[in-house]
Write a new protein. Structure first.
Length: 286
């Protein structure tokens, strides 16, 4: 009986989790500790350190001596750092690759549900969990994503709503947030890696759109749960740094993918949405 159970576990897809760290020693350690409690049997982790100067490398090596740790000589940012980890995962034969923000903590069963979603849906190229706020654990940050080429906007479904189960049905989503994505290795080989020309933000939406154009679906899986500490490396939620780079990356995304007829409308609606975000930011910092 034990031998049969062992064979069943060995048959499960191997998942490599890629974490990118840049001067996030404490949050990365918290994330790795939460991953230690993950129930999925075929889970391994690779940490890509983007030239941290806060002692992250030494701290990770001390507490997690067996973990895969790739130390970069420069900051490759989100896309570049993740691509280093993805390449290593693919080279080592991973069946699925997970991108996970280092400023998260995970439910012990999150990977089980995400893997199950991909296993049961052959055309599903990537899946993503329900993501909530660490400092308000019942409040939703992400329950799927929507993109409008007409208004030039991307938005999280359910953001800031208290979780009453209103987003507990799995559904196709326009994009998976880079905070947590599980993707098939075979799909990554077909679609390619993250686009490193984005300085910061929108890399995940771009990657998701390329997955969809390659014929894959993206499915939100609400049984899987992750809690997020918002924008730690970018200076916090609605910081000026975050807003500036999010806007620049958004413009790059829509300039690349919008059709000519979208351009008749989306610049004006995009400006309106940007002004509204700036107003919210001003109200936040007072």
């Amino acid at each position: 009986m034990e031998a049969e159970e062992g064979q069943e576990q060995m048959a499960r897809p191997h998942v490599t989790v890629v974490l990118v760290n840049w001067n996030g020693r404490s949050v990365t350690i918290d994330c790795l500790r939460s991953l230690q409690s993950a129930s999925y049997p075929g889970l391994s982790t690779v940490v890509v350190d983007n030239a941290s100067t806060d002692g992250s490398v030494e701290a990770i090596r001390a507490e997690f001596p067996g973990i895969g740790l790739l130390v970069m000589s420069e900051n490759l940012r989100f896309a570049g750092g993740n691509n280093v980890g993805i390449r290593k995962a693919l080279d080592e034969g991973a069946d699925m690759v997970m991108l996970l923000n280092n400023d998260t903590v995970v439910d012990p069963h999150f990977a089980d549900f995400l893997v199950e979603r991909l296993e049961n849906n052959p055309r599903c190229g990537m899946t993503c969990p329900k993501i909530l706020y660490v400092d308000d654990p019942q409040r939703i940050w992400f329950a799927g994503g929507a993109v409008s080429m007409w208004s030039g906007t991307m938005r999280h479904i359910g953001i800031r709503e208290v979780d009453h189960g209103q987003h507990d049905l799995p559904h196709p989503t326009a994009y998976a947030t880079g905070c947590c994505i599980l993707a098939r290795a075979e799909a990554i080989r077909k679609v390619g890696l993250l686009d490193e020309t984005y300085f910061m933000y929108a890399e995940d939406a771009d990657w998701s759109l390329r997955f969809r154009r390659a014929g894959y679906t993206i499915v939100y899986e609400p049984r899987a749960k992750v809690w997020h500490k918002l924008s730690v490396s970018a200076g916090g939620h609605l910081s000026w740094f975050k807003l500036t780079h999010k806007e620049l990356s958004s413009l790059r995304f829509f300039a690349r993918y919008a059709r000519w007829y979208h351009w008749l409308v989306f610049p004006w609606l995009h400006i309106a949405a940007t002004v509204w975000t700036a107003v919210r930011y001003a109200a936040t910092v007072r």
